[in-house]
Design a protein around this ligand. Structure first.
Ligand code: DC
Length: 223
């Protein structure tokens, strides 16, 4: 039977790095679905298309070839064959991704692509709507969260290491703005699926979070 693990959660809950580690332990691929919305957001910014203009973004999305590959160093994300992996982690692209992800037609296209990839091979997907929409029948479903201040603190430390100048207050505000937009959008807002297991990582170490998720997967797989 296909092994599909679904992890949802808000900005900065550590989904990406935790998901990488869990997938490696399980020997399966990790699909970072946020990277696809980021690829679309980046392209809108580059082409000067207003991310608030739903019709323009839907038109852009329709004609755009977004794809991913899994390499030794993790997932690479492509737009029209160009590797944009190194360009999609800026605060501007984060907010653009969050904005374009509000549109139903955009979500439909991304969900379809994600479901196709997950059907082809054993895979762990992380995002906002994986448990609720993309993989409602996943083997295990997890909602990974942490207090907003803790998530902002982690993100700020990461940004400092990369030499980015943003202050903690700015990062906290950006986390709250994106939470607000992701949780209150009309189409498939971020929420914990009824049958997803809650993991609150506020007072947990990275290894504890990985172990907790692996235990949930084992339990669901073998009961
Ligand atoms: O996980 P991330 O921060 O890379 O995601 C960027 C944005 O994309 C996020 O603010 C909301 C959107 N997103 C989504 O709506 N659904 C997903 N499955 C993944 C991301």
């Amino acid at each position: 039977m296909r092994l599909n693990v679904a992890i949802d959660g808000p900005v900065g809950a550590g989904k990406s790095t935790v998901a990488d580690a869990v997938a490696a332990h399980l020997g399966i691929l990790h699909l970072d679905t946020g990277a696809m919305y980021r690829a679309l957001g980046l392209t809108a910014l580059r082409r000067g298309i207003d991310t608030q203009d739903e019709q323009a973004i839907v038109d852009l999305c329709r004609g755009l070839n977004i794809s991913v590959s899994h390499e030794e160093d993790g997932q690479h994300t492509f737009v029209e064959g160009e590797d944009v992996t190194g360009l999609i982690r800026t605060p501007e692209v984060s907010m653009a991704a969050s904005t374009v992800s509000r549109y139903a037609e955009v979500r439909k296209a991304m969900v379809k692509l994600q479901q196709k990839l997950a059907a082809e091979t054993d895979m762990l997907l992380d995002g906002r709507d994986i448990c609720t929409t993309v993989l409602p029948n996943a083997t295990a479903k997890i909602y990974l969260t942490a207090a907003a201040e803790e998530r902002a603190q982690r993100r700020w430390l990461e940004m400092q290491q990369k030499g980015m100048p943003d202050t903690f207050e700015e990062v906290l505000q950006a986390v709250k703005d994106r939470d607000n937009q992701d949780m209150n959008r009309k189409v498939e807002p971020l929420r914990q699926a009824e049958d997803a297991v809650l993991v609150d990582s506020t007072n947990m170490t990275f290894d504890e979070v990985v172990d907790a998720i692996l235990a949930i997967v084992e339990e669901k797989r073998h009961g």
